[in-house]
Design a protein around this ligand. Structure first.
Ligand code: NAD
Ligand code: ZN
Length: 358
């Protein structure tokens, strides 16, 4: 519970490149909500993108907005009606609260809800703050042995789980992943846990490829300077066959072209990376070989599986974390993520008072 002297230090984006640490009021939980004392928040590329550009697609920061959407914390107060949580529970927060009423929500694809309120997608505040109020049913209790950092990483891992489900990964799948950033790496972890037998991952950064190798990639391929058709042949040679499924996680146009050329006839190619608004693709190649091209947007119903994989040790997300900062040092944390200094992959911000120095 916050004490009378507690404050609510928060990382607030005002305008482009204008991120400030600021005290804000401590929010109180309403019906079916809980107040969370936030402990760990991972920084995502989109947080950095809002900071540097002020917008992503149609989402424009028009008013000061707290950043952050990969959170975990401790329940510090209960709103009316909350039954499955108590004060002191350690939880991971799924950051998107859908309307629960529309056809998508009712059909289970709540990630497609047009009225979803998602942390740090304007105009909604994010979780880089000391105290945050969230819908109780989008908080997942963490077993004692799952750390707050692992709880925070359930957010990107849920993207990987959803991508692999959309990519129809199954026992014995051969898989191509393009891009070995945090999203490519969580897709790698999820694919292996879901039974993929062989995964080849591409990047143009040797450091990222080395990280992928450490995290279980069977093969790594440096895509720098190579054309997509040549790369597709190299992928087939490495896997011994064309991949059943490909997952694009770089946002690069050439990677998207590679995904089409490389995927086996009748296979599945999913798009996670967000590149330019319009890209040039060899669509006839996909058409005549019945390669299914599918979109991936965040996740729905993936947190429980992500948590199970981490809690049972089937997936180890800890190697993703390269840097730690306190909430007070949030500006430094953002700068490290932006520059990728020191081989940064996932930068973790510790918001709890007891972990300020970690
Ligand atoms: P990131 O920028 O850290 O990683 C991208 C990686 O791709 C980098 O390691 C980069 O070196 C590599 N890359 C660049 N060009 C390449 C090429 N030609 N071939 C192979 N690799 C190349 O970003 P991230 O956080 O890992 O996110 C990846 C993408 O996923 C971004 O575009 C992001 O916007 C998107 N994303 C989408 C969703 C969704 O719901 N669809 C969710 C989260 C992130
Ligand atoms: Zn809805």
């Amino acid at each position: 519970m916050p004490t009378a002297t507690d404050t609510n230090l928060s990382a607030v984006l005002y305008t482009v490149k204008n991120l400030r640490m600021e005290e804000r009021p401590i929010p109180q939980p309403g019906l079916n909500e809980v107040q969370i004392e936030i402990q760990a928040v991972g920084i995502c590329g989109s947080d950095v993108h809002y900071w540097q550009n002020g917008s992503i697609g149609d989402f424009v920061v028009k008013a000061p907005m707290v950043l952050g959407h990969e959170p975990s914390g401790i329940v510090s107060a209960l709103g009316e009606g909350v039954k499955h949580l108590k004060v002191g529970d350690r939880v991971a927060l799924e950051p998107g609260i859908p309307c629960r009423m529309c056809e998508h929500c009712r059909g289970g694809t709540y990630n497609l809800c047009p009225d979803i309120t998602f942390s740090a997608t304007p105009p909604y505040h994010g979780t880089l703050t000391r105290y945050y109020v969230h819908a109780a049913d989008f908080c997942y209790k963490l077993p004692d042995h799952v750390s707050f950092e692992e709880g925070a990483l359930l957010e990107p891992l849920a993207v990987g789980v959803h991508a692999c489900r959309r990519a129809r990964i199954a026992l014995g799948s051969k898989v191509l992943i393009t891009g070995a950033g945090p999203i490519g790496l969580v897709s790698l972890l999820a694919a292996k846990a879901m039974g993929a037998s062989n995964v080849v991952i591409t990047d143009i950064s040797p450091g990222r490829l080395a990280a992928a190798k450490k995290m279980g990639a069977d093969f790594t391929l440096n895509a720098a300077g190579k054309d997509p058709k040549t790369l597709a042949t190299e992928v087939t040679n490495l896997l011994g066959a064309m991949p059943d499924s490909s997952i694009e996680c770089s946002g690069a146009e050439t990677s998207t072209q590679l995904g089409i050329y490389a995927t086996k006839s009748g296979g599945t190619f999913v798009l996670v990376g967000m590149g330019g608004h319009e890209v040039t693709l060899p669509l006839i190649n996909a058409l005549i070989r019945e390669v299914d091209i599918r979109g991936v947007f965040r996740y729905a119903n993936c947190y429980p599986a992500a948590l199970e994989m981490v809690a049972t040790g089937k997936v180890d997300v800890k190697p993703l974390i390269t840097h730690h900062y306190s909430l007070e040092q949030a500006l430094d944390a953002f700068e490290t993520t932006r520059t990728g200094a020191g081989g940064a992959i996932k930068v973790m911000i510790h918001c709890g008072r007891q972990s300020q120095s970690s």
